[in-house]
Structure formats: C-alpha cells, structure tokens
Design a protein around this ligand. Structure first.
Ligand SMILES: NC(=O)c1ccc[n+]([C@@H]2O[C@H](COP(=O)([O-])OP(=O)(O)OC[C@H]3O[C@@H](n4cnc5c(N)ncnc54)[C@H](O)[C@@H]3O)[C@@H](O)[C@H]2O)c1
Length: 256
C-alpha cells in the first residue's frame, strides 16, 4: 500500500530553521520521513543552521535568506533548485515577536514585525508558490499562532496583528494555487517551550504554568515531538484535500 506520509523523493525547504527553534524540529521531521531538506535562516545564524543541517541527513543543505528581501527569497529558491533539482515542500517558520505595550511600540517596531511575519510569508508564498504551481504539485506550510484569531494576556499588538494576517495570506495563496495542485495551510502552535522565542519564559515559572494549564492537556508543547505529526501530514500526499486551513497544534487551547 502506498504510504500517504512518505516524503521520499521530495525536496523540502524549511525557513527559520536555526537550531533550537520550531523550524529545526520541523526540518528534522521532514527528513525523518524521507524528504531531502534545505534549511535556511538569516545571515549570522550559520553555526546554528549547520547544527540543523547535520541533523537532517547527508543530503541536507544550508542557505542564508532574509524573508523581507525579494532578491534574497528568489536567490534561495534558485539555490535550492540548483542544489537538489526541484522543490516540493516549503515550510516558513521564520518569525519575530515583540512583547511590548502598545504605548511603548513605535510605528517602526510595528512595521518591522509585520515585514518579517506578514510580508515575508507572502513573499515566500509568491516566489515558491509560483514554482510549485508550474511543477503541478506542492505543499506550503506557514506558521501562525494559537493567537491567530484572538489575542492573549501578554501585550504583543504587532505580533497578534501579524499572525492574524498570516491566516489570510495562507487562504489567499491557497485559493490562487489550488488549481495547480499546490496546497497552502498554516500550523497554529500554542506555547512550545523552550525555543529562542519562548526561552525568556523560563524566568517566569508562574506564567509558564498558567500557559500549561490553559491547555486541555495541561502541558506546554514539546518542540521535539508535538509538531512532527501535524507537519508531516500537511507536507505529504496524505493531506491532498486540505487547503486554506489553520491547523491548531495547541493542546486544545483554542477549543475551550
Ligand atoms: N515557540 C512557540 O511557542 C511558538 C508559538 C506560536 C507560534 N510560534 C511561531 O513559530 C515560528 C518559530 O518560532 P520559534 O519559537 O522557533 O522562534 P525562533 O526565534 O527560535 O525561530 C524563528 C527563526 O526565524 C528566523 N528569522 C527571523 N527573521 C528572519 C528573516 N527576516 N528571514 C529569515 N529568517 C528569519 C530567526 O533567525 C529564527 O531562527 C515563529 O513564526 C513563531 O511566531 C512559535
């Protein structure tokens, strides 16, 4: 029987994949299921990216990219195709968070978060999406948050705005690329700990426990295990009839 979740022969690019984050774990999950993986992150993250590449098998490659730059995203797409001959799966885990009250948030702060999280998502979707569509098959997985359609108790107005926008970028691209055999979905994690983004919560055990108890499962997401299954589903032939969806990987947080 064909294994619907087998990624053998597929080439996946994972952006925002420096070691220690969700991107690293997602890259490893795709490699474990047979994909050849290209990992990418900002210049300056070479050492952490090399760690991820080493965990993704002998064929993996590492690339610098800035998702806010058209030239850089195009160069990444060219480099992945030059290295591996094709690209089938694109995971964009690049993101920034700004934990700051609105009165202390400048317009420049707001726009910087929007540029990485929203413009970056749209640009990666456009540049890779058109290539996938030309090939007639593809999977794009964006990363939003459990706060995609609500806000949380912590002041993060730019982050909340940006992650809501990721949802409709996802749906828009899904609607335009669907007829070409490309699905576009988003994963919405609750609090996965620890990553570079959530590590500061380690100084606040009460808040961490509050986040854990806010879920139905009574625990935080484990970056090592809890994302792999949903991601592989969305990257695989097994999700052929799922597109434009937000898949909450949140221990039940959003279902209360
Ligand atoms: N960790 C969580 O609990 C959690 C929860 C919900 C959503 N998320 C989302 O998951 C994604 C990954 O988060 P994480 O916790 O692993 O954080 P992280 O900080 O470890 O990873 C984000 C990565 O994005 C990269 N990046 C930032 N700007 C970039 C740019 N312009 N171009 C290319 N790469 C860039 C960073 O270098 C970093 O490696 C983010 O989109 C985040 O919003 C995380």
């Amino acid at each position: 029987m064909t294994d619907l979740f087998d990624l053998t022969g597929r080439v996946a690019v994972v952006i925002g994949a420096a070691a220690g984050g969700l991107g690293e774990r997602m890259a490893r999950a795709l490699a474990d299921h047979g994909a050849t993986v290209a990992v990418a992150d900002l210049e300056g993250q070479e050492d952490k990216l090399a760690e991820t590449r080493a965990l993704c098998g002998d064929t993996a490659t590492a690339h610098a990219v800035d998702v806010t730059s058209e030239d850089s995203v195009r160069a990444l797409a060219d480099a992945v195709v030059a290295a591996h001959g094709r690209v089938d799966i694109v995971v964009n885990a690049a993101g920034v968070m700004l934990r700051r009250e609105v009165g202390d948030t400048s317009l420049e702060d707001f726009e910087r978060v929007m540029r990485v999280n929203v413009s970056g998502c749209w640009l990666v979707g456009r540049e890779f999406g058109l290539r996938l569509a030309a090939a007639g098959w593809g999977r794009i997985v964006n990363v939003t948050t459990v706060y995609a359609e609500r806000v949380g108790p912590v002041p993060e107005s730019a982050y909340y705005a940006s992650k809501a926008a990721v949802v409709n970028v996802t749906r828009s691209l899904a609607s335009e690329l669907g007829h070409s055999g490309v699905t576009v979905n988003a994963i919405a994690p609750a609090v996965f700990y620890p990553t570079a983004m959530t590590a500061p919560l380690g100084n606040d055990p009460e808040r961490l426990e509050w986040f854990a108890q806010r879920t139905m499962l009574g625990r935080l997401g484990d970056p090592a295990t809890d994302l792999a299954g949903p991601l592989v589903l969305l990257a695989s032939p097994g999700s052929a009839y799922m597109t434009g969806q937000v898949v909450y990987v949140d221990g039940g947080w959003s279902a209360w």
